[in-house]
Design a protein around this ligand. Sequence first.
Ligand SMILES: CC(C)(COP(=O)(O)OP(=O)(O)OC[C@H]1O[C@@H](n2cnc3c(N)ncnc32)[C@H](O)[C@@H]1OP(=O)(O)O)[C@@H](O)C(=O)NCCC(=O)NCCS
Length: 420
Amino acid sequence: MYLYGASGHAKVIIDILNASGIEVEALFDDDVSIKELLSIPVKHQWNGESPIVVSVGNNHSRKQIAEKLKCEFITVAHPTAVVSPHAAIGEGTVIMQGAIIQSDVTMGRHCILNTGASIDHECVIGDYVHISPQATLCGNVQVGEGAWIGASAVVIPGVKIGKWCTIGAGSVVVSDIPDGAIAYGNPCRIKSYNVTPCLDQRFSSTNRIAIYGAGGLGREVAGGIQRINKAGHQQWEIVGFFDDNIPVGTQVSHYGKVLGGINELNAFDEPLALAIAVGSPKTRKFIYNLIKNENITFPNLIAPSFRILDNKTFTIGQGNIIQDNCSVTCDVKIGDFNVFNGSNAMGHDVNVGNYNVMMPGVRLSGEVTVGDCNLLGVGSVVLQRVKIGNNLTLGAGSVMMTKPKDGLTYIGVPAKKFDF
Ligand SMILES: CC(C)(COP(=O)(O)OP(=O)(O)OC[C@H]1O[C@@H](n2cnc3c(N)ncnc32)[C@H](O)[C@@H]1OP(=O)(O)O)[C@@H](O)C(=O)NCCC(=O)NCCS
């Protein structure tokens, strides 16, 4: 019997297995610094050993690992748990001490039913769900894939909780919660949308991330990554920074060290997610084009506070960084490698291309189009239906009212071409 993930969560699973007389032979973990857990050896290379339980608490990471390991998974229940003989439980699911599953419950694969939590009759629980300690689901509740129900939350009968939602600890859920919502309180109300699991890691098979650019924006991005981790669905591990202008080994605040420049990045021989944290649009594009390493992927890094009026009409490419308090309404389309540096608002039918950098407080009115490699200064505004082309700079506080020419700098209200 093996576990994948040498965490605190794994310690509980070891106890559960031991209580049923099952010994764990070894654990696996990508972190090579962990050598053993509760005196059980931790290995770093998995060679098909099974049966296995993915012992990772984070729902998204558990899904990633389970999809990678194609082997036999075991369903685990502590002897003090009460599971109805009329319940169906998927493989890899862990049922902890004192948990209760009532009749006719369907529970998916690789779920966690944590200590003392209970699921009443006829609930339908998707894959990779985590129901935290003492949470109570009344009868006929539905919970979508990857949702996380916080400790001691109560869900009243018949409520539907969408995929990849976060329900805060102690919440009382009295009405349906749509996909990706972060909701809490009594009564439980939607506070923001957790687009991260749907959008952030689409392009990344690893949770190890580095930041290209060890300057101010690099530190802001590192702080943003920590914020994403705190919100729960993802657990990025920042391995360090790459920067061609800062010596190798330089400590970047408390976030990590500079590991090298573009050559070292191109020589990196393990899967690595990368955020390009460079504020110049042209340099962002230049750096992306220098990266030739197939181990590198470019997830979107989206602050948990990002608000989408309608998830279904929002599309986004890869490698975008969306910092705190940005919002989009309907039918917004975002390309690749843009930076939205906080408090950016985009109205309906906005279309943003690639490699643009929007400083804090930029507002794009409805039907605005922004091409590639533009820099929009702090607090600038683009009025409705204006089409911005490529390589433009819009000064701080300016208001663009008519179509500008490519490659020039515009400032003022209304924004006028600025001759240097
Ligand atoms: C819902 C949750 C994910 C929000 O996390 P977050 O986005 O980091 O939120 P913050 O900590 O920044 O708090 C934002 C605000 O919401 C409030 N808040 C956070 N969680 C809350 C909750 N569960 N109920 C009520 N209010 C809550 C905070 O007090 C804060 O209010 P303020 O702006 O007035 O100061 C988190 O608080 C939570 O409840 N997690 C579940 C933990 C859990 O059950 N773990 C089980 C592990 S086995």
